[in-house]
Ligand binder design. Sequence first.
Ligand code: ATP
Ligand code: MN
Length: 478
Amino acid sequence: MFNKRTKIREALRMPAGSSDITVMGWVRTLRNNQFIALNDGSSNENLQIVLELGLFDEKLLKKITTGTSIRAVGKLVESPGKGQLVELKASGVEILGLCDTEKFPLQPKKHSLEFLREIAHLRFRTNTFGSVFRVRHALAFAVHQFFNERGFVYLHTPIITASDAEGAGEMFKVTTLPFDNTPRDEQGLVNFKDDFFGRATNLTVSGQLEGELASMGFSEIYTFGPTFRAENSNTTRHLAEFWMIEPEVAFNDLEDNANLAEAFVRYLINYVLKNNREDLEFLDQRLAEEEKQKPQNERSEAGLIEKLESVASQDFERITYTQAIAILLDSPAYKKKKFKYELFWGADMQSEHERYLVEKHFKKPVIVTDYPKEIKAFYMRQNEDGKTVAAMDILAPGIGEIVGGSQREERLDVLEARMTEMHIPIEQMWWYLDSRRFGTVPHAGFGLGFERMVQFVTGMTNIRDVIPFPRTPKNAEF
Ligand code: ATP
Ligand code: MN
């Protein structure tokens, strides 16, 4: 067996004197031909490997450069140096893979996030991305734990679908039809009869509609999978491929839905605060250094951990869309014409408005409910006032919208009327409408953008830095 090794994170917590320890990893640095800082991704802490002078061949030492992978065997001894309790006194070192120093782009110094994005295939070997992706992993695990503890069924919804959940464009087409000589009908339109599925299909933009169907049998389900949106928005909060968590719960109304969403977000934060302390401390420090580069008035007052603790421990603010607009219209920012986008009852709030509400006005996450029906999807439940729908967004500091959800329209006649108004093809959606024909119940659900949650927890400002291989307009490398 080759892989008889101790993870570096564990080795660092073992008592001095432990012998016959094998570690493997990638060399971060070699100092004075004697001290190797070795990392295996189990944490940001390196194990210091001490090479006794004279014990190792000069030729071998020359090959041990930053990036080289090695196996080292030896005894853990008390470390006289600061920063670690133990170090490995090596009796044997073996090179597993050489690393061409001339070409290896990662040097033991600070690289910019932009540069690291260009070498996303190597950035896993940096402290920042080590922390970010370990936290991402922990959050994914916590998502399943949260719903499992509450008896939800994890539902796998299709990636390829023939429906558009939002009733809007921005979808990636899925086809096996040839680009040239595309089969066309008499009117010159693409003839999808010859396509793989015999109809037009696309990558899913949301698993919600299928999720609703399953909730009409299991009562509580959630999805957690990739979603695709061909929206050409080059922002720090949008990806063309992102992961979404979408619970759907029968017998829930809008308030139940908001309660579930708030409990979920706070649970995820608490999980990471409890289980990923070292990585959060690293990210907290990283962010503090980044803040120092900013002008005084743009710096955030609270550190990352402080911010997370405050969000996890306080109730979120809850207001209606109508109240939100009133607050914004009455704000100093509005009066001083600081907002770029127009603001009136009926307008879709822009990120600048959302951020004003959470960062300046309430200074905590805000749940905004009851939006104008014109700016929301067809399936949201219509309120008595005839103007608004039972929608709910959670806005988070630094991010803006992190959750979008609603109580669904369970009344067949109301739903059909709204679909007709919005030109949603009713016949094609027969299967969706069946859920309203056969034992319909009030139900509600929401979507949490997983990457936005990871951004929030890690403090990373660009969404491209919280997914291993980001997909954005004009970028699908790796
Ligand atoms: P936004 O207004 O920010 O574009 P949206 O209204 O299009 O969001 P929804 O359709 O409600 O978002 O999707 C649910 C959640 O998925 C959002 O609250 C957000 O967290 C996340 N999300 C939406 N679009 C993207 C994207 N392109 N990249 C990453 N996450 C996204
Ligand atoms: Mn969007």
